[in-house]
Write a protein of this length. Structure first.
Length: 442
């Protein structure tokens, strides 16, 4: 059996050893035991509150974009084009963004990105008021917003270990899941409501949310990375360095594959859920409430993430979350009515923030700071980069074999990767996140 210290040594390497020696004094350990509550951390509260507002704003404009394009062009194809332009930069730039984030000043990148997003989104209300809004401008705004979002999101993840002490990373990661869950729940509703008030209002709201983000980040005192001493090298070499580091870390490499194995088969859940609901004679209102159950479940999972991370070790919690993810997905195929389908959907979303939170915390603890951007970008690419192919696959399977059979078929890869996780002894041996952080301080 591999010991906990073997796991730590295997995952953290020289950078972790150096951090351990820096924080091994008795006074440092005493400070950790007397850490102030996370909500007393001024910098974290500025970051968390601004990103909650900004994330809700992004979901608001995400719904309003296709509505506005359809209203202007009456073309679903052109609406799809604008949506594709907004998501395309992530697939193309995620890995280079990670390398640049490890090279550049992360705080400055975040300030520039949200300033640019505020200007881009703010140009839409101005053009509407002037009566000059066209498809070309909407395409450019979508492309700019998607590009800046890619860089900002990687920098935001990488900066967290410099905003909160390592011992509080699990709690901070859990609170970040609250941001995602809340925005998924409130954003679409607010987007539809604000678009009804006025076509320009959702985009103005999103632009204001980015201005708030810029002001909050500017007021933060924390430095967002360690000092850099190495000379910049060719960008593709630096990307390869991050990929090679990840490949050599057994557990992190497996977690990347586990994430891909769970996310790829389920990215088409929206289309599948709509068709399943329609087969049960659901009204549009009932379908909306059905999706709201997922939002409620996601918020519940975000609230549970912190206590679960304190109670269970990383390995068992990750394995348990993977099985709940897979089995709750399968329940969608056998739901006899809309009520059961709603419960199954809610339960399936409870586990999502739990799974992502424990993984995010573990990565933030074990990845060296100078590689944070590159390694985190790989995980984000695996999680979100597979969306176009997954959506296409879901549509084809629904057309060929039906929605319930599609759910069953897509359950197979999820169950297999969950089984592999259960059999992975190195993953099972990882201690709790609090123990990982504490071992650097003893």
């Amino acid at each position: 059996m591999i010991s906990e210290q073997d796991i730590l040594n295997d995952q953290s390497g020289g950078a972790e050893s150096s951090r351990s020696s820096e924080l091994s004094s008795p006074s440092s350990a005493k400070e950790v035991r007397h850490l102030a509550p996370l909500w007393h951390n001024r910098d974290f509260m500025l970051l968390w509150s601004s990103q909650l507002l900004s994330s809700v704003g992004s979901e608001v404009s995400l719904l309003a974009f296709p509505l506005l394009v359809l209203g202007i062009t009456h073309s679903a194809i052109q609406a799809g084009l604008v949506g594709a332009l907004r998501s395309l930069p992530f697939a193309l730039l995620c890995l280079p963004a990670g390398a640049f984030i490890d090279r550049w000043d992360r705080k400055r990148v975040m300030l520039i990105c949200d300033t640019g997003r505020a200007l881009a989104l703010g140009s839409i209300p101005v053009a509407l008021w002037l009566g000059r809004l066209g498809l070309l401008q909407l395409c450019l705004v979508a492309l700019v917003e998607g590009t800046l979002m890619t860089f900002f999101s990687v920098a935001q993840i990488a900066c967290l270990p410099h905003v909160v002490p390592k011992a509080q990373i699990p709690a901070a990661s859990a609170q970040n899941q609250v941001i995602d869950s809340t925005s998924w729940t409130l954003g679409p509703f607010l987007g539809g409501f604000l678009y009804g008030v006025g076509h320009a209002v959702p985009f103005l709201t999103d632009a204001i949310s980015y201005v708030c983000s810029v002001l909050s980040i500017f007021l933060m005192h924390a430095r967002f990375q360690e000092g850099r001493t190495e000379e910049p090298r060719k960008i593709w070499y630096e990307i390869g360095e991050g990929l090679l580091w990840l490949w050599r870390e057994h557990v992190l490499r497996f977690l990347a594959l586990l994430t891909l194995g769970l996310v790829f088969p389920t990215v088409g859940f929206t289309l599948i859920l709509i068709v399943l609901a329609q087969d049960l004679h659901a009204t549009p209102l009932a379908i909306g409430m059905l999706f709201a159950s997922g939002g409620v479940g996601s918020i519940a999972g975000a609230v549970l993430s912190g206590p679960l991370q304190k109670r269970f070790a990383v390995g068992p919690l990750t394995i348990g979350a993977a099985w709940v993810w897979a089995v709750s997905w399968l329940a969608l195929a056998v739901a006899p009515n809309l009520w059961v389908l709603g419960v199954a959907n809610g339960v399936s979303f409870i586990v999502v923030p739990v799974f992502y939170s424990v993984q995010s915390s573990y990565r933030l603890i074990v990845i060296p700071d100078h590689l944070q951007g590159r390694v985190q970008s790989v995980f984000r690419l695996l999680s979100l980069g597979s969306m176009p192919l997954g959506l296409a696959l879901a549509g084809l399977l629904i057309q060929w074999i039906g929605p319930a059979q599609t759910v069953v078929l897509l359950f197979v890869p999820q169950a297999l990767i969950a089984l592999f996780a259960t059999l992975n002894r190195r993953l099972r041996a990882i201690p709790s996140l609090s123990d990982l952080a504490r071992k650097d301080l003893e």
